[in-house]
Design a protein. Structure first.
Length: 499
């Protein structure tokens, strides 16, 4: 984007009150001014051009001289107004929005000589854009000569509007009002009014107001994920396609990953913002999900820009699983549990401990070839609450969560699983699962005879009940035995054996 000026823009409202020899002779001057400076520009020639040839800009008829209102205060209060015409220049295919706000999130008053500690000030109006109201004494506001503001003829005639005119307070920056939309270049008349009585001290009353113009370039919303291989973090960059005449900051945006397609209890994973950029005029947002890999699941990325109500949804984003070596012949050739096969298993040294990652959540598991010649996980399956920054994952329904009994999660015991959570038919990351269970692809649930053959490895299995392929429980300690696992309230541990 090429700019003839900096992004941010503000205009100063100046109000001058003159001393009088009698109470009936006070004078009030209110003059909004657009000032140049580090955080403000003169909006006489603000024009933004994107790399695609789209442009968006505006000029203000007030210019650097500002809109002036001369008011002779009175006991009952004197009402005055002035007009500023904002000329929008745009060729954006999706049109534009014009917003108005204070230049601050902490102050909307017009203060005597700009001193915010002064006891003399002009308050914002009591009305809002949705429900404008008549001005009270020593208040100011804005209006448009259209609904929901007063629509009677000459209601906002300058310099003396009708007493029936209604006005809205200029909102804080974070709550900017959308005052006009359009699809072509257009002029927008914005009226400013103030009502002044005899209670103000002589002097200049000042404050800052901002216009913001925004529009979108069609079909430009996209997102990228980095890296696309196994990583403890997920970095997201959202290209919003948004052109704006205001510099957007990190506090103006929010990004979350909508995983409601696969996660019932925690459908939104909020992504801490790392930065924003407006290269070539288009707003791009970067954020990082710490310790949350997003492999093999469907989700949407949702970015919001405040206070402008802009929401950008990149739908059905499907991150690629890490590239797997499915033809490996040696344990030293693989990284992931999903790369295991019988040839790799037989290449392992009996009773040696190896470590592999589960591509679904990047957790690391210890595996070993035991004396029976089978390759086992020597650490219980632990996919579940820790997979998404400690959030509980529902594997099938709200009544069949991992660890529903509050069982401990340790290197040995991992999670406890209810029976409904053990099958894969409704599991959240099915593409990296075994065909018939929550075990990783290339692994399965053991059968009773396989448990019986490894009874001597009490140090690897400990005590407790483990799920078997028939979805019943196997009691490991005490020589083994069957446990009825068809009760949905049962919670057992889970070990997988290589297929």
């Amino acid at each position: 984007m090429k700019l003839s000026h900096s992004y941010a823009k503000a205009y100063k409202i100046c109000a001058s009150v003159a001393a009088a020899s009698t109470l009936a002779a006070s004078a009030f001057l209110i003059a909004p001014l657009f000032r140049s400076g580090a955080n403000a520009i003169t909006p006489i020639d603000l024009n933004i051009t994107s790399g695609e040839g789209y442009h968006l800009g505006y000029t203000s008829s007030a210019g650097s001289e500002g809109v002036k209102m001369n008011i002779a205060g009175s006991v009952e209060g004197t009402l005055a107004s002035a007009k500023d015409t904002v000329s929008i220049d745009s060729n954006l295919p999706e049109g534009w929005n014009l917003y108005i706000s204070s230049a601050s999130d902490t102050n909307r008053r017009l203060h005597l000589n700009g001193d915010e500690s002064s006891i003399y000030f002009v308050q914002p109006a009591s009305g809002t854009h949705a429900a404008p109201a008549a001005l009270g004494n020593n208040t100011y506001g804005y209006a448009l000569a259209e609904a929901p503001f007063t629509t009677t003829e000459n209601a906002y005639a300058t310099p003396s509007p009708s007493t029936g005119s209604t006005w809205a307070a200029v909102p804080f920056l974070r709550n900017a009002d959308l005052i006009k939309t359009g699809t072509e270049s257009a002029d927008v008349d914005v009226y400013y009014g103030a009502k002044i009585d005899m209670g103000l001290k002589t002097g200049h009353y000042t404050g800052n107001i901002m216009y913001t113009v925004m529009g979108s370039v069609a079909d430009s919303e996209s997102a990228t994920i980095s890296p696309e291989s196994a990583s403890p973090d997920t970095v997201i960059r959202v290209n919003t396609g948004l052109l704006t005449t205001r510099q957007i900051t990190t506090s103006d945006v929010e990004v979350y990953v909508d995983v409601s397609q696969v996660l019932e209890e925690t459908p939104k994973l909020y992504c801490p913002i790392e930065g924003v950029s407006q290269e070539d005029g288009v707003l791009t947002i970067s954020c990082r999900l710490p310790g949350v890999p997003l492999f093999g699941i469907k989700y949407d990325i949702v970015a919001s820009v405040f206070p402008y109500g802009k929401v950008y949804r990149v739908r059905d984003f499907d991150v690629q699983d890490p590239i797997l070596n499915l033809s490996a012949t040696n344990i030293n050739q693989i990284t992931y549990m999903q790369e295991m096969n019988q040839t790799v298993c037989q290449s392992m040294i009996t009773d040696e401990i190896y470590k592999l990652k589960d591509s679904r959540d990047n957790k690391i598991y210890r595996i070993s070839k035991l004396e029976d010649g089978s390759c086992w996980m020597t650490k219980n399956l632990n996919i579940g609450p820790a997979s998404f920054s400690g959030r509980t994952i529902s594997l099938k329904s709200s009544t069949s969560n991992v660890g529903a009994d509050g069982g401990s999660i340790t290197l040995t015991t991992g999670n406890y699983y209810r029976r409904q959570a053990v099958g894969s038919e409704n599991y959240v990351i099915a593409s990296a699962n075994s065909a018939v269970s929550v075990c990783p692809r290339g692994w399965r649930l053991p059968i009773p005879s396989e448990f019986s053959r490894v009874q001597s490895y009490i140090n690897l299995f400990g005590t407790g009940v483990y799920w078997m392929a028939n979805l019943q429980g196997y009691t490991f300690a005490g020589g083994g035995g069957m446990t009825n696992g068809w009760n949905s309230g049962e919670n057992f541990q889970l070990r997988c054996i290589a297929e």
